[in-house]
Ligand binder design. Structure first.
Ligand code: NI
Length: 176
């Protein structure tokens, strides 16, 4: 079921979400199905449970190579529960981000370039990956939602924050 995505200004987006304690339950599978439907409907690259008003540490993300977005790096479709992120070094990288909770906007956000993330899929199977670049960026963006952080809070140079239709008039939107 497609759910409403909360928009910046809603206090529920600023809360810290709590860990999932039971895997493989109908409730968890239903939540993830709704998140998938909602992300697909809005053409997003990622979605965190608190964005649909559920304060649990669940994120989904993924981007299939698409001729409409020739520059976008492919990211495997992933359900990540109770994630833990560990940067692999200190190197940061700036890049443009958008968010389904901040529709129509884009901003440049510094993120760790390389990281390891661990967590569980919806069945409770462990996930352990070391990634970099856009994949690492998407994971950091989604996991920030679980701690009540929206990407505009991480922008250092507010001159690099604006409306996508003005900044990138020829591009279609991919939001996170
Ligand atoms: Ni987002």
């Amino acid at each position: 079921m497609i759910r409403e995505v909360l928009k910046m200004g809603d206090p529920r987006l600023l809360e810290k979400s709590r860990p999932v304690e039971a895997f493989g339950t109908p409730q968890l599978r239903g939540l993830i199905a709704d998140m998938r439907d909602t992300m697909a409907h809005l053409n997003g690259a990622g979605l965190a449970a608190p964005q649909i008003g559920v304060p649990l540490r669940v994120v989904i993300f993924g981007l299939t190579r698409n001729p409409r977005y020739p520059d976008a790096e492919e990211v495997p479709h992933t359900v990540l529960i109770n994630p833990v992120i560990t940067p692999l070094d200190d190197e940061m990288e700036e890049g443009w981000e958008g968010c389904l909770s901040v529709p129509g906007m884009r901003g440049v956000v510094p993120r760790f370039k390389r990281l390891r993330y661990t967590g569980f899929d919806e069945s409770g199977k462990p996930i352990d990956r070391s990634v970099e670049g856009f994949h690492a960026r998407v994971v950091q963006h989604e996991c920030d939602h679980l701690d009540g952080i929206l990407y505009p809070m991480r922008i250092r140079d507010m001159s690099k924050f604006g409306f996508a239709e003005v900044l990138f008039p020829d591009q279609e939107l991919i939001d996170e």
